[in-house]
Unconditional design. Structure first.
Length: 287
């Protein structure tokens, strides 16, 4: 990956994190930890992978993205705003009455949202249905979905995994955000997932490991997926850090669903501004 592209991705991811914090602080409600852990992934998908157009968000042949762990909607809203699906200033309306940006994605209210999600596991099932529809109708679009690690404790996830393999949904790519924490503790202590990679392989999937905060790792994985002429669905298990990018939130379970207070908000935004200034200075040197 060229240095300038890597820098541009890091810069955008930093802005996504700022949007996450702005929205959740304004709402005084939301889920910062898991939103921050997928900021880099969404940045990469919406910048390098997805075939989408903000001027025509309902295009028939567009790729579809489903955020199965819907409570991390602040991250999705931030990247959509930065990609011009709606005005960035709307992020401060998160979870407010009559806002189009509610606590979970709503496909009927928000441009760029392909499926309403919230109840864990159901987004994955919807992604399977959309992928099957694409195959039946002969469309070339691909379907991408992000699941949480705690989410895959849901039985519905494994029913969907069987369904995807049975129907040869090679147009379906899911990303499991493995940050090791869920709302009430460590995933391994609540309900240990065991060997996730082996589980999905046993269900007939192609499986890849990925570093959720390394754009070069993402590039390598997605190039491998694109070049792999397969009839199987694909699962990416990405190792991430909950709360990534904010020092006092990183790998702390309590930041799963708590909004920052004023002093924490100022601290978080200052950290991100310092990172953004550094990245923009580096970009000037590269140019």
């Amino acid at each position: 990956m060229e240095k300038i592209i890597k820098n541009q991705l890091k810069t955008l991811a930093c802005k996504v994190r700022m949007g996450i914090i702005e929205g959740i602080y304004s709402a005084q409600s939301g889920h910062p930890g898991g939103s921050l852990s997928i900021a880099d992934t969404l940045t990469y998908l919406y910048s390098r992978i997805l075939n989408i157009d903000s001027s025509n968000p309902k295009a028939i042949d567009r790729d579809r993205f489903i955020l199965s762990k819907g409570h991390t909607a602040p991250a999705l809203y931030a990247i959509l705003a930065l990609k011009d699906f709606f005005d960035y200033n709307q992020l401060s309306s998160l979870r407010k009455i009559n806002s189009s940006l509610q606590g979970h994605p709503d496909m009927n209210k928000t441009p760029g949202i392909d499926m309403s999600t919230g109840s864990l596991g159901q987004g994955f099932s919807a992604a399977c249905g959309i992928a099957l529809s694409g195959k039946i109708s002969g469309k070339k679009y691909k379907v991408y979905s992000i699941l949480g690690d705690g989410e895959i404790q849901e039985g519905q996830v494994w029913e969907a995994a069987m369904f995807a393999n049975h129907n040869n949904l090679n147009n379906l790519i899911i990303i499991i955000d493995y940050n090791g924490l869920q709302i009430d503790g460590k995933v391994k202590d609540i309900c240990d997932l065991g060997d996730i990679k082996l589980k999905f392989k046993s269900f007939g999937w192609n499986v890849y490991d990925m570093d959720a905060h390394n754009f070069e790792s993402m590039e390598d994985i997605f190039e491998s997926i694109i070049n792999n002429n397969t009839e199987k669905p694909t699962a990416i298990i990405q190792t991430s850090v909950k709360g990534k990018g904010i020092s006092f939130m990183e790998d702390i379970c309590s930041w799963h669903g708590v909004a920052p207070n004023k002093s924490q908000y100022i601290d978080a935004i200052n950290q991100l501004k310092q990172e953004l200034d550094k990245l923009e200075e580096e970009l000037l040197c590269l140019c």
